[in-house]
Design a protein around this ligand. Structure first.
Ligand SMILES: [Zn+2]
Ligand SMILES: [Zn+2]
Length: 255
C-alpha cells in the first residue's frame, strides 16, 4: 500500500495544504488538496474518495475534482456517512455555488454518493474498509484500510476519548490528527481536536488495550503552531518509546 500525503495541515498557505491522502493512486481519503496537488491525469485515476466528515477543509475539492472529471469524461464514487452527503448537496453542489455533478452528464454521472455504515466492514476497490466513529463536533468517522496483509487507520479530525475506536482497529500504521500545541489543550479538546499531551494519553490507552503501538504519523497541524507541536510530539515519542513523525506535503509511505 503506497500512501501519499497530498495535504498534511488544517490551514492552507503557500507552503501547506489541506488534508488529503492518496492510496496507490486510486483511492483518496479526505478532499482538502486533491485538485491543487494532482495533474488532470492523476485526478482521473481516482476511483473512490472516502470522506471523514463534512468540514470544509476535508470536503472542499469534491466540486473542483468533479468539474475536472466531468470535462475529462471520467467519474468517481464518494463514500461517506449520510450527514456529509447532506452538506455537499445543500451547501457545495447545490446548483447555486456549483453544479450537482450527480446529474451531469445524465447518462453517466460524474459523481455518485455511496453511504457507508460505521462499524461494518466493506470492500472498496479491493481494499478492506472499516469506518469507525471518532470524537469531533460533527458526525465523523476514521477509516481503517487493509490490503495484502497491511493495515492503516486514519482518524480524521478527533478529540480525546478514542478507547471504543481503538477496540475496533488493529493498524500497523496510525495516521492521527494533532491540530494544536499543548498550551491549547483545554481549548481544542472541547472542539474535538488533539494536542501532543492529549495524543500521549490516547496512545497510552491504545497500548494498554491492544498490547502494542503502531508507527504513528501526525497530520492536520496548524502551521502557526507546528514548531511547538514538533517539539512536544518528540517528547511524547520519548515518553512512550514510540515512533511518531509529523507528516508533510509530498511525503510517501510504503506499507
Ligand atoms: Zn473537522
Ligand atoms: Zn479539519
Amino acid at each position: 500500500m503506497k500512501i501519499r500525503f497530498l495535504g498534511a495541515h488544517n490551514c492552507e498557505t503557500k507552503d501547506t495544504r489541506l488534508i488529503s491522502l492518496l492510496i496507490d493512486d486510486v483511492l483518496a481519503i479526505d478532499a482538502g488538496s486533491l485538485t491543487s496537488s494532482l495533474s488532470l491525469e492523476a485526478q482521473q485515476k481516482i476511483k473512490a474518495v472516502l470522506l471523514t466528515h463534512q468540514h470544509y477543509d476535508h470536503v472542499r475539492d469534491i466540486p473542483t475534482l468533479a468539474m475536472n472529471l466531468f470535462l475529462g469524461g471520467a467519474n468517481t464514487t464518494i463514500y461517506s456517512i449520510p450527514a456529509v452527503f447532506e452538506v455537499l448537496e445543500k451547501n457545495l453542489m447545490d446548483e447555486v455555488i456549483y453544479p450537482d455533478f450527480r446529474q451531469k452528464p445524465l447518462d453517466k454521472p460524474t459523481i455518485s454518493f455511496s453511504a457507508i455504515e460505521p462499524n461494518k466492514a466493506q470492500t472498496i476497490l479491493g481494499y478492506d474498509v472499516l469506518a469507525v466513529p471518532v470524537k469531533h463536533g460533527v458526525p465523523t468517522v476514521g477509516y481503517q484500510l487493509g490490503a495484502d496483509g497491511k493495515t492503516m487507520f486514519y482518524t480524521g479530525d478527533t478529540g480525546p476519548g478514542l478507547a471504543e475506536c481503538w477496540k475496533s482497529v488493529s493498524p500497523q500504521l496510525l495516521i492521527i490528527e494533532v491540530t494544536a500545541s499543548n498550551r491549547f489543550t483545554e481549548w481544542v479538546a472541547g472542539g474535538g481536536h488533539l494536542t501532543p499531551s492529549l495524543l500521549e494519553r490516547e496512545l497510552a490507552e491504545f497500548r494498554e488495550l491492544k498490547g502494542y503501538l503502531p508507527r504513528v504519523i501526525i497530520v492536520h497541524m496548524n502551521p502557526n503552531l507546528e514548531k511547538d507541536i514538533a517539539a512536544e510530539v518528540a517528547a511524547v515519542a520519548k515518553n512512550l518509546s514510540a515512533s511518531l513523525t509529523l507528516a508533510h506535503e509530498g511525503m510517501e509511505i510504503n506499507l
